[in-house]
Design a protein. Structure first.
Length: 458
């Protein structure tokens, strides 16, 4: 009886501790990683590093000098040499460690063994990045950071650099318009595409940038941000009037560049390689970011009479995508569906959009249209996005790289309030004034009437 009582006394706290760890792992993975996962994974890594590297085929034969030294000093067995390991640096989401590759190894060898390393060290994922020739960094992620998105505290943001989502390797996905001027963003209803758009607009709102919107859903997506928009078109007819104005603005900026740099006026715009960033700051035009929501509406026609207008709008969009970067005009093209069947010019427009972000889509053809030409394996990842995870997307670019990202939640009210607070930053662009959206004045809340106390009768 005494032994049973002792076991119950000891087993109770152990069971409670195990239950608490299981609860923390399920509900608060960051807390679990900091208290349990980090020390356990670190111990596994330190204790099994050499054997795991050998099992993964990441070791090489030792040098002759090393062999002679081992034979002269000890009787140990001469074993293959793993990559030299650097200092283990813990983070709030995992571990970081640098490896110096042995002669004859390349980063692709380590990347090919990432899945084996993940299982050997008991972490959620392992990612490999090249630091410099001969040195790679392993980023071990302890848990699924995309289940509950928390953006990093330190993000490399700046002018026209907007952190909009979290990558699966726990780093921030930054939308850099200077590096990637144009982007195609696709997503079905309730996939998180609107949330992605909100983060872009609220990130650009406090910056000296002109925001222009084309929202053919009668403005329901972009109208809440009207106080910060320099122009807004809410149907194809208005878009057909706005796009020529943007093209004319682009041509005027090219003329400014020519005049400043002494380029002959008869030189075609396509042959000018410089941009507005080479101009003095006092002469530099304000950058323009054009948001096109539901781009398919610009391609669709109801009658043959609309076909000419459609062709003209698509041609102007393609011109802006081809030549707009040097003039400081950037495109953010969004839609639920985008395919070659939209009509003439769809494939050509897509080819000019360097960045690609694909949320959950309703058909594989849309995922192929977004990612198939840059990273075919990313199409499978985009088609596997579950409806239960809104905001999850696959981001890639024409360099062939891609990764999963997820946008944190941002309410429409908070996004609209940010735009209202930045309304004074709307730049003065005379060409866009006719398209400036009407912003109703917010009613001033009157104070509640004070109720006078009734006199007490004697």
């Amino acid at each position: 009886m005494t032994d049973i009582a002792t076991l119950l006394e000891v087993g109770g706290p152990v069971a409670a501790l195990g239950g608490g760890a299981a609860y923390a792992r399920a509900k608060h993975p960051a807390v679990y990683w900091s208290t349990v996962g980090l020390p356990v994974s670190t111990a596994r890594l330190l204790g099994s590093y050499a054997s795991v590297m050998e099992a993964c085929g990441l070791t090489v034969a030792p040098s002759r000098l090393r062999v002679l030294a081992v034979k002269a000093t000890t009787n140990r067995e001469i074993r293959p040499v793993p990559p030299r390991r650097g200092i283990i640096r813990p983070t709030t989401t995992g571990l970081r460690i640098r490896l110096r590759l042995a002669p004859g190894q390349e980063p692709a060898d380590v990347a090919a063994s990432a899945e084996r390393l993940r299982h050997a060290w008991g972490v959620h994922a392992v990612y490999v990045t090249t630091v410099k020739p001969g040195v790679v960094e392993l980023r071990l992620v302890g848990y699924d950071v995309l289940r509950r998105v928390r953006m990093p505290r330190k993000v490399d943001s700046g002018y026209l650099r907007i952190p909009v989502a979290l990558r699966e390797d726990a780093t921030a996905f930054v939308r850099d318009y200077r590096t990637m001027p144009h982007q195609l963003t696709l997503g079905a209803t309730l996939s998180g595409k609107s949330m992605y758009l909100r983060h872009l607009i609220t990130g650009l709102a406090p910056q000296p940038v002109a925001l222009v919107g084309i929202d053919c859903k009668r403005g329901v997506e972009l109208a809440p941000f009207a106080s910060r928009l320099s122009a807004l078109a809410t149907d194809p007819e208005q878009a057909a009037e706005l796009l020529p104005v943007l093209v004319k603005e682009m041509e005027d900026r090219y003329d400014l560049i020519k005049a400043r740099q002494g380029i002959a006026p008869d030189i075609p715009d396509e042959e000018i390689t410089s941009d507005i960033w080479g101009l003095p700051e006092y002469e530099r035009p304000t950058p323009i970011v054009l948001f096109v929501d539901e781009v398919a509406e610009l391609f669709l026609i109801a009658t043959r009479k609309d076909e000419e207008r459609r062709d003209e709008m698509v041609t102007q969009l393609i011109r802006l995508a081809q030549l707009g970067r040097a003039a400081g005009i950037y495109l953010e093209v969004c839609g639920q569906r985008f395919g070659a069947e939209l009509g003439k010019g769809a494939t050509m427009l897509r080819a000019q959009l360097t960045g690609r972000v694909c949320h959950r889509v309703n058909d594989e053809a849309s995922a192929k249209m977004a990612l198939g030409d840059i990273a075919p394996e990313a199409v499978v990842a985009a088609c596997a996005i579950a409806p239960e995870r809104p905001g999850l997307a696959v981001a890639g670019d024409t360099s062939g790289g891609w990764s999963r990202i997820r946008t944190p939640y941002l309410s429409l009210g908070d996004a609209a309030e940010t735009c209202r607070d930045s309304a004074h930053l709307v730049p003065d662009l005379p060409a866009l004034k006719p398209f400036r959206p009407y912003v109703p004045v917010r009613p001033v809340e009157s104070p509640a009437p004070q109720v006078q106390p009734r006199p007490i009768a004697d």
